[in-house]
Design a protein around this ligand. Structure first.
Ligand code: ASP
Ligand code: MG
Length: 424
């Protein structure tokens, strides 16, 4: 008998009929002889609607209360799903994150899991029940308050519980048939990827591919837990994410490029006229670090000989930009830079593939494709298995399509079906 952990995203439980369909799928897994633990997200766009509601009563809701409010979304879907399963004649028990033993730190809105003690889940399984757990939430070890793990956090709940329960597999059910070579909403001929390594998936998640939460993939890699991404609307095989001992450390069978990811959620700040002296860049980035701002790409230009000054540009989540600008203005008299420029009309396009390590010319092909599509590159950054560029926001779709074509990723016929979700 296997222990299967399944996670259903918001679009898979968007309404009563979706919940009934998911219940059938869960019961079928149970009937096949497995122990089943299910993690659910809030129904459809519930989390966004709750956030809108909070903003209507307060421009800056206290983190503790916001978490109380948002976690109610997952409680609605877990209870309804347990009822739907009971209606099919099977025993199901729903549990909040706290009841399931998801222990976090006390940072409201983006708490980190520090321990998982799933005693009650094991007990339920021991009694032959199906356990349903509210995703995206936990309880703080110190304050005992309810916390949330950050948007999209149910994936992380699923993998954390699967690891703690030593599950055989963690299935992530979503509204597309797996991970695609690009977002099918932008590239209709995107192809479904049968198999990905943890490192490629990490790069994809970090570069804006919305299919899996970054922390969930980090967690899965740490525990070497296979993730199976598939659609709850079809029975297609989906995408497996795991370390394959056969190809691990070799270039065997690895495609040069696995996919093209894009991200429109970042902005660019340029610090103009920074004195080209030791310690200036350190002062700037220390200030940003102290404000808990995550920086993505950084570019420092060659300093102009005449002035001995240089420009430093970096990208960061648009949501953090105001905070960054305020923090930097405070140190302007100390660092004596000239001015700050802000641009939120940018997008990042990334090419990801483990095979690029051993194949020269990938960058040349990528940049030529962008040039032919009339796309100007503003910034560049690379890792061993990734090349990212920042381009004008209006050029993102063209850039993604150009890269996808240049590396022959297009499928012969349209494969991608987007079954649900408002894309919100
Ligand atoms: N309901 C939460 C969100 O929309 C968590 C999740 O879906 O994973 O962000
Ligand atoms: Mg959601």
């Amino acid at each position: 008998m296997a222990l299967v952990v399944q996670k259903y995203g918001g679009s898979s439980v968007a309404d009563a009929s979706c919940i009934k369909r998911v219940a059938q799928r869960i019961v079928a897994t149970k009937k096949a002889g497995n122990d089943v633990v299910v993690i659910v997200s809030a129904m459809g766009d519930t989390t966004d609607e709750l956030l809108d509601l909070a903003k209507q009563v307060s421009p800056l809701p206290p983190g503790r209360e916001l978490d109380m409010l948002l976690t109610s979304g997952e409680r609605i879907s877990m209870a309804l799903l347990a009822m739907a399963i009971a209606n099919l004649g099977h025993e199901a028990r729903s549990f909040t994150g706290s009841q399931a033993g998801v222990i976090t730190d006390s940072t409201h809105g983006k708490a980190r899991i520090i321990d998982v003690t799933p005693g009650r889940i094991q007990e339920a399984l021991g009694l032959g029940h199906i356990a349903i757990v509210a995703g995206f939430q936990g309880v703080s070890q110190d304050t005992k308050d309810i916390t949330t793990l950050g948007r999209g956090g149910s994936d992380t709940t699923a993998v954390a519980l699967a690891a703690a329960l030593e599950a055989d597999v963690c299935e992530i059910y979503t509204d597309v048939d797996g991970v695609f070579t690009a977002d099918p909403r932008i590239v209709p001929t995107a192809r479904q990827i049968p198999r990905l390594s943890f490192e490629e998936t990490l790069e994809m998640a970090a570069c804006g591919a919305k299919i899996l939460h970054l922390r969930c993939v980090e967690y899965a890699r740490r525990f070497q837990l296979p993730i199976h991404v598939r659609s709850s609307f079809s029975s297609k095989e989906g995408t497996w994410v795991f370390t394959d001992p056969k190809t691990e450390g070799t270039e065997m069978e690895q495609p040069i490029i696995s996919g093209v990811a894009h991200d429109r959620s970042e902005a660019k700040i340029t610090v103009v006229g920074v004195p080209d002296k030791i310690g200036e860049a350190a002062a700037i980035f220390k200030t940003l670090a102290d404000a808990e701002i995550n920086i993505d790409m950084i570019v420092q230009n060659v300093s102009a000989a005449a002035t001995g000054r240089t420009d430093i540009s970096f990208t960061l989540p648009t949501n953090d930009a105001q905070m960054a600008l305020t923090a930097l203005k405070k140190i302007q008299s100390k660092v004596v830079f000239d001015s700050l420029l802000f641009d939120d009309r940018i997008g990042k396009v990334s090419l990801i593939g483990a095979g690029m390590r051993s194949h020269p010319g990938v960058t040349a092909t990528f940049f030529s494709a962008l040039a032919n599509a009339g796309v100007n590159i503003e910034m560049i950054s690379t890792s061993e298995i990734r090349i990212s560029v920042v381009v004008d926001e209006d050029d993102v779709d063209a850039a993604v399509n150009a890269a996808h074509q240049a590396f022959d990723l297009d499928a012969d016929e349209v494969e991608a079906v987007v079954y649900g979700g408002s894309g919100r």
